[in-house]
Design a protein around this ligand. Sequence first.
Ligand code: ARG
Length: 588
Amino acid sequence: MQKFLDIISEEVKQAFEAAGYDKELGKVTASNRPDLCEFQCNGAMAGAKQYKCAPIAIANAVVEKLAESKVFSAVNAVMPGFLNMNVSEEFVAEYMRGMAEADKFGLEKPKQPKKIIVDYGGPNVAKPLHVGHLRSAVIGESIKRICRYVGHDVLGDVHLGDWGLQMGLVITGLQERQPDLVYYDENYEGEYPKEPPFTIAELEEIYPAASAKSKEDPIYKAKAMDATFKLQNGVRGYRALWRHIINVSIADMKQIYNTLNVEFDLWKGESDVHDLIPEMVKLMKDGGYAYISDGALVVDVKEENDTKEMPPCMILKSDGAALYNTTDLATIMERMNLYQPDELIYLTDKRQELYFEQVFRCAKKTKLVKEDTKLYWLGFGTVNGSNGKPYKTRDGGVMRLENLIKETKEEMYRKIVDNREMDETDAREIANTVAVSALKYGDLSNQASKDYIFDVDRFTSFEGDTGPYILYTIVRIKSILNKYKDQGGSMEGLSIEAPGNASTKELMMQLAGFNAMMQSAYEEIAPHKVCAFIYDLANAFNHFYHETKILGEKDEAKKASLIALLTLTKGVLEAAIDVLGFSAPDKM
Ligand code: ARG
């Protein structure tokens, strides 16, 4: 469907043309004086110079041409030459009927669907997910869903940190605890056990201990580096052990991501591109892009207009070892080979900005990607505590993501059972669903690049700009629709009629903005726009609800129209929360 505002603009543009003026002057915007009118056009002001006449003369001429318009109920020229407009009730209702029937509420399909890969999550094997992993998962999931909803072909890849020294450290740490494990016997030729020799809890102890020890003990560090080397060069036992580490880790990660409704299509990692590195290095050398500097292999990525320092992109360390850059570049190469994406979107902490600038420039320069492949990095801000510093546990430690989720669920449960009689199992289940909305909306409603304060009390509140408020609104609609059905009401053949009061019209006009909002949330890669939209929509709905008799409406046609409007509102809200990555319970 054509966008609501575009139809309105088109109508006014034609009136400008019919009155003998430049069509482009007829651009319409939402009114910045909603007390005076719904829409405005300042084209007559802009045209006055061009046509050497008073703006009001142009405005008057346009008003005359719009006299018969079905789009407007009122068009006024006001001094010195503004056009103030209200749309007609029938026009709004017709747009609502179109939305109710259209696929995706009138959001148009892209002419050329793109292949997009979203790289998000980025957890590291053998290390527990912590608060720092929240935003990548939550924002990335939403971006993936927005791109998909808009009609593109999207893959989400978790891009595990599963390769470097961290793996060698775990292998070495484990050897210290269990020196007799068969994996360390290089002469062993039999099959390795199917069961991992550790639990996730042990694994999580091993890494920090080994990491700390390696910082103090150079011999230990050398051992870990040797283990890393052996792993990367395919020593059987090390590979088998590493598989166990990955499997145990992934099983744990999946549980946490599942509670957050975060699903990856690809569970690939840095290790997957290990074998591609020699080919990539050769390509970069043969192309004349890579050269040796202080023993390391680097590619210059400076550009003429750079105002900031732009160090070269390091491809291999002087000992020939791969780095974070190397695996990222090789991953780009692999993605181009396997999926031919038009666009790659990366989510990481803001602090990786320079790093991604270097990697992207290097990928373009060395032609790992096509000239027109879009490489986009979105850097997000920090999750802070109430003191404005990075969020910590009460005793100042790193907050595990698992515990952050648990705390939110507990707080949500407390709020749900407060003032309400509810079965314990029901309350827990509902609290879990609503807590996900609290956590995700609390994050997504902020512009991604900004830091925000994690305030569990505010996020779980049923009032204000929160996930629970949005869900509460949806549950309210569901309950009215259920009552209507219980009273024998039919959902068949309902059609939205012209609004009967101001709050109904306001609700309709909010709904009408859905396709334009979704399009711009996609174009600007901005989930917070979806949040802002549903907050306004939920407010418009609740205002309408307080002003309008729905089930008590005596006129059956009017009642049917209200039910159809409720159904549409519910559909739009549900589509929007689905792209944000959470869902509504049936009651709460
Ligand atoms: N594992 C990395 C980290 O902990 C994040 C990975 C982000 N994605 C990427 N393609 N570099 O910082």
